[in-house]
Structures are given as C-alpha cells and as structure tokens.
Design a protein around this ligand. Structure first.
Ligand SMILES: Nc1nc2c(ncn2[C@@H]2O[C@H](COP(=O)(O)OP(=O)(O)OP(=O)(O)O)[C@@H](O)[C@H]2O)c(=O)[nH]1
Length: 268
C-alpha cells in the first residue's frame, strides 16, 4: 500500500486577483516557495512532494502521521497569506490513492469555496506496513543529443513530449509521473515490474527516437525508495547492469515478491 496526500491551496484563484491581479513574478515566487517549504517539511519525515500544478501538490507520505500533517498545515498558515487543505489516502496503486484523496477533498467543498479552510481528512487507514516503489527515469545522453545541439526551447519541447508519452503509458498501470528537473522524471509505480518499464521505453523509443533508462527503488518510505532508485540509475550509467532498468529493494523487502524483475542489487 502507498499513502498519498493531496495538498490544495484554499481559495487561491480569487486571492490571486483580489483586490487586483497580483504581480505574476510574485505569484511564481510564492508558489515555488510553497513547493520548497512543503518538500523540506515532508522531507524531514521521509516524504516527497511533487509540484504538479503548484496550487495542487501530490505528496508520498508513507510513515507520516496525522499530527505531522497538522503541524505542517499550521506552519503554512503562520507564514503564508493563505491556508492549505490536505487529504490522505492509501491504495495498492498510486493513481488509486491520489484519486481517493482527491475525492475526499472535493467532498469538503470547492477549491474556490471561501468557507473551506484548512481541511485535514483521511479517506481510509494510514499505511502501517506498506511500501513505496519509485522509478527514477532519465533520458539517455540528453546533453549530447539535445542540450548541446538544439535551442533551449526545442530541448524543453522534446522533454515535454516524452513526459506526456510516459504519463499516458504509465497511467495504464495506475502509476503516476512527475518531472523533477533536467531530463529526469519520477514515477510512483507500486505494482509495476521491470518488463513493464522496458515495454514502455521500447514503445517511446520507436515513436520519439529517444532512449530511456530507470532506476527503480522499493522501500518503506518515499525517501528510501527514491534514494534506491537514484543508486539504480547510477548502476546503469556505470554500465554495472546489462539493461536499461535496475531495481533495488530495501532490506526488509528482499524476501517479498513485490516485483518479478531480477534485482540488479544482487548481481554484484
Ligand atoms: N532532479 C534531478 N535532476 C537531475 C538528476 N541527475 C541529473 N539531473 C538533471 O538532468 C540534467 C542532465 O543530466 P544527465 O541526465 O546526467 O545528462 P545526460 O546527458 O542525459 O547523461 P546520462 O544521464 O548519463 O545519459 C542535469 O543538468 C540536471 O538538470 C537527479 O538525480 N535529480
């Protein structure tokens, strides 16, 4: 089971234009700061936040309890000109968990309801014995094929095409995908195996002539999983594995049949 928290700024739309539209550069700075702050606060408890649309954010929060969520909400209220609402849900897959959490938030009222303020709710149980699987996906040699060759905007466009293709392919497995900078993506992907990823990479390669690779981490928390995913990616870059995926599991999960993929961590 993966635990996901959907975070939404309360009544943000009206605030951005009251009494007059606020300066866009200030709004961009404020949104980026909120994202940074949420990552620092959830990250201190081994969670991980993705910015999605900045006014709505999605966090992986396995191991993070209700009191901690409440303290984070209070800290935002004390330091920002708005409050945030949060709903927590767990499910076998990331897509299902975020869907349940979103529905809970929606039941409390609209994102633009001035009476809905600092909601904190749990859809089902908080995860005690679950796990997080994260794939860190990277475009092969973007520096040599795009960054150093075509314009900055053309590289950006290509990265976004790949992003959309990955989002659509991964959704078929109820997995999510978030851009994390450069040519990197992270996919909360509980339930998927290495073959699933290789199939997707092959299809995208045929269409866009872009090669992808992924370190896949399985751990107790988002931090554990993403750290292992990073190490897996480094093993591929270092040619320590013979394919473009490498799965590493935290010790607790070694005996569990979570993925059918061969573990590249055991090949040394
Ligand atoms: N957020 C994040 N960004 C990264 C990470 N590694 C690289 N990047 C970003 O990705 C850009 C490209 O770096 P690489 O992916 O190493 O470059 P590359 O040319 O594709 O090389 P290979 O990945 O070895 O094929 C960097 O400029 C960073 O912006 C990472 O672990 N996390």
């Amino acid at each position: 089971m993966i635990q996901i928290t959907v975070i939404q700024i309360d009544n943000y739309g009206p605030w951005t234009v009251t009494p007059n539209p606020r300066r866009e550069s200030d709004l961009q700075a404020l949104q980026s700061r909120l994202y940074a702050d949420l990552n620092l606060m959830f990250g201190a408890h081994k969670g991980l936040v993705f910015y999605t649309r900045f006014d709505n954010l999605i966090a992986i929060t396995n191991g993070i309890d209700l009191i901690t969520h409440k303290r984070i909400q209070e800290s935002i209220r004390n330091r920002y000109p708005f409050t945030v609402s949060m709903a927590i849900a767990s499910a076998e897959t990331p897509y299902e968990a975020q869907k349940l959490a979103t529905e809970t938030l929606q039941e409390h009222g609209s994102a633009q309801d001035e009476n809905r303020k600092e909601v904190l709710d749990v859809t089902n149980e908080l995860v005690v014995d679950g796990y997080v699987q994260i794939a860190h996906i990277d475009i092969n040699n973007i520096t040599g094929t795009l960054t150093d060759i075509v314009s900055a905007y053309d590289t950006y466009l290509n990265v976004n095409k790949v992003k959309l293709a990955l989002m659509e392919e991964l959704l078929k497995h109820n997995a999510l995908l978030f851009f994390i900078g450069g040519d990197n993506f992270m996919s909360p992907s509980n339930g998927m195996n290495e073959e699933d990823f290789l199939d997707i990479f092959n299809r995208i390669n045929k269409k866009y002539k872009i090669e992808l690779k992924a370190g896949i981490g399985i751990g107790r928390t988002a931090e554990d999983a993403s750290n292992l995913a990073d190490i897996g990616l480094e093993k591929i870059r270092g040619k320590l594995v013979d394919k473009n995926v490498c799965t590493l599991k935290q010790d607790d999960f070694l005996e569990q049949n979570i993925t059918t993929g061969r573990l590249c961590g055991l090949q040394r």
